[in-house]
Design a protein around this ligand. Structure first.
Ligand code: GMT
Length: 374
């Protein structure tokens, strides 16, 4: 099939899912055309059957805000016609679903059918989508989608609660490519960050408010009173400066390493003993699944789709949002002895295999076949 994929190319779960999905489809022989305003960060190598079409946004003095959705729609129409696309799969509803709807109407004028599938990733529904300035358009574009998918049961329910959606919403979870994950951590990398065999606590995110990165540091400060530990923070974003300030105030700079954005996180994740994800909400929590795939237990909040990924008492523990004392207590339960830690690590890795690409890819392929036939 010739498949168009529209996503955000920046550091974020929806872009990662879209990119890894496109790569897996290409490996199976499909021709995959990415349409975005920048090269997705995990696509930056030559991959057979993968093509990248940049949306050029023309600016003009008259515009205070360049009309991105218009340029995107135009590019979708152009690629669909010239690459003979069978379908468009848009990741993140805003503004991709409404752009796909318009592209579909334009193409129909020239006799070309272009079904589109909308995959909801979370903040497009839970934070931004329900904003009154978007809601009517999103509702319409969702209802016009040939298929809608959501990344967790929790997001499916949230969508139905906030929008009048008349179509079925199918849950297709986030996934990992299990074979890429490292079984045995690199000893020298580990001793670089934990020279005295400290426990390594890790967090990976885009440091947005919803991630509550301050709670990561607060949890770390509590547990570090009991055990010798170091904190590695991967990623960057608006709340980074707050963390740096808090570290200085608490005098813990020597034990907290901020690595910034990394395009590939598999090797650094493999050296962690525990992953912290204290988010306000997560529709799924791909970061938690990626931690499990690396054999790293997860301490997370109990909101959104996190309980579908992090199994309380098995792969880690769940706490209420903001309850850093409980998170620290749970972390210490896991880290208290090597036997307990190993049992959590093994179960986390085992559990992640339920979300392997081998199990999720056929779900998307089946949807593609259905929309193309109908
Ligand atoms: O979490 C973010 O800030 C990024 C966001 C995105 O849209 O890229 O991630 C969302 O989609 C991911 C992939 O489906 C999910 O795993 C994340 O849980 C979800 N984030 C939130 O719901 C906050």
């Amino acid at each position: 099939m010739n498949i168009g994929i529209v996503c955000y190319p920046t550091f974020g779960g929806s872009g990662v899912v879209a990119t890894e999905l496109g790569k897996a489809l290409a490996e199976k022989g499909h021709h995959v055309h990415f349409i975005t305003y920048k090269m997705p960060f995990r696509l930056d190598t030559i991959i057979p059957n993968v093509y990248y079409h940049e949306v050029l946004i023309s600016d003009y003095d008259l515009f205070d805000y360049a009309p991105y959705e218009l340029s995107l729609t135009n590019k979708m129409v152009d690629v669909a016609l010239h690459e003979n696309l069978d379908l468009m799969h848009v990741h993140y509803a805003i503004p991709h679903a409404s752009a796909a709807y318009t592209a579909k109407q334009i193409l129909a004028e020239s006799g070309k059918s272009l079904p589109y599938i909308t995959t909801l990733h979370g903040t497009d529904i839970t934070l931004i989508g329900k904003d009154p300035s978007y809601k009517e358009v999103i509702t319409f574009a969702l209802n016009q989608s040939d298929r809608i998918t959501a990344v967790s049961e929790s997001l499916r329910k949230d969508t139905l609660m906030h929008f009048v959606v008349k179509k079925d919403i199918q849950v297709v979870p986030n996934f990992i490519c299990a074979e890429n994950y490292i079984e045995n951590p690199n000893g020298s990398l580990r001793s670089t960050y934990a020279p005295n065999n400290e426990k390594i606590i890790m967090h990976v995110s885009n440091f947005r408010e919803v991630k509550r990165v301050e709670d990561v540091l607060k949890t770390f400060l509590i547990l570090r009173k009991e055990i010798s530990a170091r904190l590695i923070l991967v990623g960057d974003g608006p709340d980074r400066h707050k963390i740096e300030e808090l570290c200085r105030e608490e005098g813990c700079e020597d034990d907290v390493v901020l690595l910034g954005k990394l395009t590939q996180t598999i090797s650094i994740r493999s050296i962690a003993d525990l992953f912290l994800l204290p988010s306000q909400t997560e529709s799924f929590g791909l970061a938690a699944l990626e931690a499990c795939a690396s054999g790293v237990p997860v301490i997370s909040t109990n909101t959104g789709g996190l309980p579908e990924v992090n199994i309380h008492g098995e792969t880690g523990f769940l706490s209420d949002v903001g309850d850093v004392d409980d998170m620290a207590k749970n972390a210490l339960t896991i880290l208290k002895d090597e036997e307990t830690l190993k049992a959590f690590k093994d179960r986390a890795r085992e559990h992640s295999r339920k979300f392997d690409i081998d199990k999720v890819l056929p779900l998307y392929e089946k949807l593609y076949e259905e929309v193309v036939k109908s």
